[in-house]
Every structure is written in structure tokens, then in C-alpha cells.
Design a protein. Structure first.
Lengths: 189, 195
């Protein structure tokens, strides 16, 4: 048993030695000469690749910017609305108007001016059900006053928001007039 | 080989646009780098192409060299990676006629046969070299790497460790296992290799 093991070891060592011998007999050919032309070629290729890589990076950066800009544009309407709300909020010196006014950008000037009057503003706020309102009609009276017909949203369902500005019946069981109120306002000097 | 300071200088000059500095930097390692490429690619043309690719990569990454290892070690690592990239590409590009082309590649390479050897002995030696190359091509990457660097190119254990980013102890044990594996492959493919 021991002799077998020992013989195997000798055999393996001999085989490994043969492998070593053959390996050492294999030499690599001479390297191509490192001429100026060869180096220039590598130099030019490397520069070309660097430029291509820079262009690729620039292209990728430009693509990111375009995507960001497009995304910004799509949000622009929201941005404009927010800006308008902020400027109106500032001019009215009130803090929570943006929560109740959904269609602020379409408000005509007399109504905006009317909202600057604290009494008028309080009347509107008192009629508001918590979902905002929309000005349906604005009538300039002969005496210089204005009659504003305002629809107060009963909820924030899309159907209520869509039909309200035109005054169409949206199939609600309740009469539409229930949500509409008129306010008279006269501009004081 | 340029010393560390000279190496730094040459790298800075090459990065500033001096192709002469680049040439001076790679010249001392050129033969060894080509020999390593040849062991992997097994023919002169492919070895030249792989080495050229390695030099291009080396230049484009020269600014990242951290001087924590020898420049030659870094270059050999890039050469090995380029050879594996080229071999993968070759495998992908292999078409219907690929087997014949591979057979030609098998025949290629420099096979040393001493001129004073009897023709029969020379023929036998040449045949054993061919068997060995074929067996090497069948080896696992890790085993082939250490055998090429140690047995063909006589890098030290420490140098191989730095090139392959493993410990010197791992290099030693891997060489031992690689030789056993090579023997097993030869036994299976060409038992006549052993006389």
C-alpha cells in the first residue's frame, strides 16, 4: 500500500517535471520593434479614443439636461400657478387662499380686486364647503357694482370639477343651484 | 527600468503630451509585455494587436496610475485584461470556418527544437509542445494566469501577486494546483505526452 503510494508520487513528480521541461522549451518570439511610427500610432489612437470618450460623456450629460429641461417644462404650468398663488397671497396678505382657489389663473380682475376686501373675502370663505370655488359669471351693473355668480364645489371629485364652470347638470341628484351663490360687490374709492 | 522618480517624471511628461516620454516609459517592459500577450493569444498577429490595445488603454488611464506598484506590474495587468477581452471577442466572432482557423492558430507560435537534435526527437518535441499549448487553452483562467507568469515569464511570486492582486501564498498554492490540473488535462487529452 505504502509502496503503491510512493510509486504514484514518483510518477506524478516525473510527469510534472516533463511538463516543466516542455514549457521551458517554448519561447516567445521577439517583440515587434518599438519604433517612433508605432508609438505615434498608439499616441494618435489613444488621443482619438479620449476625444470620443469625452464626446460620449458630453452627449450623455446633454441628454440628462434635455430630460431635466423637458421635465421642468411639463411642470411649468404648475409652477406658474404656484407663482400666481404666491403673488396673490402676498397682495391679499392672506395665508391659505391657495387651498380654496383652484382656478386662480382664470379669475378676472374685478373678482381679484373684490377678494382684497376683507368683508367680501369673508363672505366667500363662509360659503366655501372646503373644496374651493369657481367664478361662473361676472356682471358689471350700471351703478358700478359687480355681481359675481360663484359655484362652490361640493367635493373634489373630477366630475364636479369638470362640470361646474359651465353650470351643466352632471347628473347629481341635488339641484346645481344648491352650490351656486351670487355676491354683489362695489368697489370703494 | 526607470526608477520611481524618473517613472513619475516620464508619466507627467507623457500626460503633458510627450510621445517620447511615453516611449521611454514602456520600452523597458515592451519585450516582457509582448511575451505575455503571445502566451495568451498564441500567435504573433493577435499578440501584437492585444499589446497595442493595452498601450492605448494604458495611455488613456495613465492619469490614474497611483505609483503604488511598479509600472511594469500595472502594464502586465492591463495586457492580461486586453488579451482576455480579445479572446472573448474571438470566441464571439467564431463562425463556421472558425474551427479550421483555430487549428491554424494551434500550429502557430514559436516552437523551439534544437538544431542538433535528431529529426525524430525534434518532431516529438514539437508535437509535445503542441499538446501542451492545447491543454493550456483548456485550463481555468486562474490556473493559466499563474502558469504563464511563473513558468513562461519567470515572474517572482511577489510580482505575480501584485499583477493578479492576490497574496503570494495564494500564488504558490495556485501554481501547485494549476500544474496538477494541467497534468490531468494532458492525461485525458494526450496520455502519450508522458513518456
Amino acid at each position: 500500500m505504502d509502496r503503491d503510494h510512493s510509486n504514484n508520487q514518483i510518477e506524478t513528480a516525473s510527469e510534472l517535471e516533463q511538463i516543466d521541461r516542455v514549457m521551458r522549451s517554448l519561447s516567445a518570439p521577439a517583440a515587434p520593434e518599438l519604433t517612433d511610427r508605432y508609438v505615434e500610432h498608439i499616441w494618435a489612437s489613444a488621443h482619438q479614443r479620449k476625444r470620443a470618450s469625452q464626446r460620449k460623456r458630453f452627449g450623455a450629460a446633454a441628454a440628462v439636461l434635455i430630460i431635466a429641461f423637458s421635465s421642468m417644462l411639463s411642470n411649468e404650468a404648475l409652477f406658474v400657478q404656484k407663482s400666481l398663488e404666491k403673488s396673490l397671497e402676498k397682495s391679499l396678505d392672506i395665508t391659505d387662499i391657495s387651498d380654496s382657489v383652484y382656478c386662480l389663473e382664470s379669475l378676472p380682475n374685478p373678482f381679484v380686486r373684490a377678494l382684497q376686501n376683507p368683508d367680501f373675502y369673508n363672505d366667500i370663505m363662509a360659503a366655501d364647503r372646503g373644496y374651493g370655488y369657481n367664478l361662473i359669471e361676472q356682471i358689471a351693473e350700471d351703478d358700478g357694482s359687480y355681481t359675481f355668480v360663484v359655484y362652490f364645489y361640493p367635493n373634489d371629485e373630477p366630475s364636479a370639477l369638470e362640470c361646474a364652470p359651465t353650470g351643466d347638470d352632471c347628473g347629481s341628484s341635488e339641484p346645481l343651484s344648491q352650490y351656486v351663490r351670487s355676491f354683489t360687490w362695489i368697489e370703494s374709492e | 527600468m526607470a526608477n520611481g522618480e524618473r517613472e513619475k517624471q516620464l508619466i507627467e511628461q507623457a500626460l503633458s503630451g510627450s510621445s517620447d516620454a511615453f516611449s521611454e516609459l514602456v520600452r523597458p517592459c515592451h519585450s516582457k509585455a509582448y511575451a505575455v500577450a503571445f502566451r495568451y493569444m498564441r500567435n504573433e498577429q493577435d499578440a501584437s494587436d492585444a499589446l497595442q490595445e493595452a498601450y492605448i488603454k494604458l495611455f488613456t488611464r495613465l492619469h490614474t496610475f497611483a505609483h503604488q506598484s511598479r509600472f511594469e506590474t500595472w502594464l502586465i495587468r492591463i495586457v492580461i485584461n486586453c488579451c482576455y477581452d480579445a479572446l472573448r471577442k474571438q470566441k464571439k466572432d467564431r463562425t463556421v470556418g472558425g474551427e479550421a482557423a483555430e487549428a491554424l492558430v494551434e500550429q502557430a507560435g514559436i516552437e523551439d527544437t534544437r538544431s542538433d537534435e535528431a529529426p525524430e526527437a525534434a518532431a516529438l518535441q514539437s508535437e509535445r509542445q503542441r499538446m501542451l499549448k492545447r491543454a493550456m487553452a483548456c485550463m481555468a483562467k486562474d490556473h493559466r494566469d499563474v502558469l504563464i507568469l511563473r513558468e513562461y515569464e519567470q515572474f517572482s511570486y511577489e510580482e505575480i501577486a501584485r499583477i493578479l492582486l492576490i497574496s503570494p501564498g495564494t500564488v504558490k498554492s495556485r501554481i501547485h494546483r494549476a500544474k496538477q490540473a494541467l497534468r490531468d488535462i494532458l492525461m485525458e487529452q494526450n496520455p502519450e505526452f508522458f513518456v
